[in-house]
Design a protein around this ligand. Structure first.
Ligand code: SAM
Length: 437
């Protein structure tokens, strides 16, 4: 029997061989960390997903095992500097400036000439991040984007970003997410421990930090916060009949419905959200499918989901990344209004991340990872399986007192208001399908 360390090392070496062989078969090499991210189909090949996850899980576990625990905690405890430095580079357009500079890199003085920040601050922040494999220091004080940092850039030129800063995160949701993490989320996190110890003091840590009683979504609707708006399968549209009604509850401008509408124009869609989002939605549909709203195939409807649902008896009510924003009491109210409006044939579909226990969980039946996890890896594959989800869960507590839920928690939540969990379609964003009981 091998020791845990050599078992981890074997997992890495055998799966690295599999990975490199798959790329070699396609006449390619595994992409270098030094180059900007240019996605190829192999990067998203589902057959290689588990191979990569096992390498990452084993590498993270080797790191945690071999590295001094003192050093681990010294690295983790000032973890807010990750958020603060990533927010800084996004807010000061550094990845965008480096994109335009190319692989030879840009000197910190030339970055400074474009964003007005002291070059010595820029050098130290980029050194912190490049030490952690985000950005590359090409020669002293000259930096270039690498595979990771290239994804921090917005989808516009530096000139366009400066000309219309409110629209800087259009088509760049990842940069927008990082900027908001470093702003309202980082500010709220200061009150995180205080909130958890006294959760009746405020709706969430966010409310203590921002000194507001408004939920974050209402706060986004307030004047001055316009720029903060950063925000298909599994619905089973092919099984619906012509004219069946599909309601996207909390659908923002309706980007999910746009995909559905293009693929299944025979259905009727309703996009519901708060009034400002619906005003923005009118513009979005005018730009992307001008015929949809006038034809009556798509209806844009201002609706607060804490009030009775106006569309009765729809074939499908769906909520994408909405329910995780709310604690159980509020989530029940939202789902209860949908149940009251539903008919016996109506389906409720929730798209949200699925929380897994770190150890094996016999209660997770339909969504459990199918392949057995080799010893001594964590049952949820650690950061390779649940890194993003567990981080998002903390973000949900911080901003909304919301929650990523396990399969058992979804089942219980649904049943408490008359929705029976029928199936879970796995994928990057699992779909939880409920029927009315
Ligand atoms: C994380 S976003 C998800 C948007 C959309 N479903 C998507 O997947 O792109 C949550 C949405 O819920 C909306 N929302 C928040 N509170 C609401 C309420 N009381 N009634 C209706 N919509 C609300 C927000 O405006 C926002 O568009």
């Amino acid at each position: 029997m091998s020791t845990p360390l050599s078992a981890l090392s074997n997992i890495i070496s055998s799966h690295v061989q599999t990975l490199e062989a798959a790329y070699a078969k396609a006449g390619a090499e595994f992409p270098s960390l030094d180059d900007p991210f240019h996605p190829t189909p192999l990067d998203f090949d589902p057959a290689l997903h588990q191979t990569k996850a096992l390498i990452v899980a084993a590498a993270a576990q080797i790191l945690a095992t071999v590295r001094s625990p003192i050093e681990m905690l010294q690295e983790y405890s000032p973890g807010m500097y990750w958020t603060a430095t990533l927010g800084f580079v996004v807010d000061t357009n550094i990845p965008d400036i480096l994109n335009e500079g190319g692989p030879q890199g840009v000197h910190v003085k030339d970055i400074s000439a474009q964003n007005g920040v002291d070059p010595s601050y820029i050098a130290r922040i980029l050194r912190f991040l490049a030490t952690r494999h985000v950005f590359r220091e090409v020669t002293p004080d000259v930096f270039a984007n690498n595979r990771i940092s290239s994804l921090l850039s917005k989808s516009k030129s530096v000139k366009e970003i400066k000309a219309d800063p409110v629209a800087r995160f259009d088509e760049a949701p990842l940069a927008g997410f990082i900027s908001s993490s470093a702003d309202e989320a980082l500010k709220s996190s200061v009150h995180f421990s205080e909130f958890l110890q006294n959760p009746i003091k405020a709706a969430a840590a966010f409310n203590i930090a921002l000194k507001t009683e408004a939920k974050m979504w209402e706060w986004y609707e307030e004047p001055g916060n316009e720029w903060r708006e950063i925000f298909v399968n599994g619905i089973g549209c092919k099984d619906l009949k012509d004219g069946d009604v599909v309601v996207d509850v909390g659908g923002s401008v309706g980007s999910c419905v746009l995909h559905l509408f293009k693929e299944y124009p025979n259905l009727h869609y309703v996009v519901q959200d708060l009034p400002k989002q619906i005003t923005a939605a009118a513009e979005f549909w005018q730009e992307n499918a001008p015929e949809a709203v006038p034809s009556g195939k798509v209806t844009l409807q201002a609706h607060n989901f804490f009030t009775p649902q106006p569309v009765k008896g729809a074939a499908v009510y769906f909520l994408r990344v909405v329910i995780h924003d709310w604690p159980d009491r509020d989530a029940k109210t939202i789902l209860q209004h949908l149940r009251d409006a539903a008919d016996t044939y109506s389906k409720l579909i929730i798209f949200d991340t699925l929380a897994f226990h770190v150890c094996e969980d016999p209660a997770t039946e339909s969504a459990a990872p199918k392949a057995p996890v080799p010893r001594p890896l964590l049952a949820n594959l650690g950061i390779a399986g649940a890194g993003f989800e567990t981080g998002l869960d903390i973000q949900m507590i911080n901003l909304f007192n919301g929650k990523e839920r396990t399969e058992a928690e979804f089942r219980e939540l649904g049943l408490s208001v008359g929705w029976k969990l029928e199936s879970i379609t796995r994928g990057p964003l699992p779909a939880f399908v409920f029927s009315a009981v």
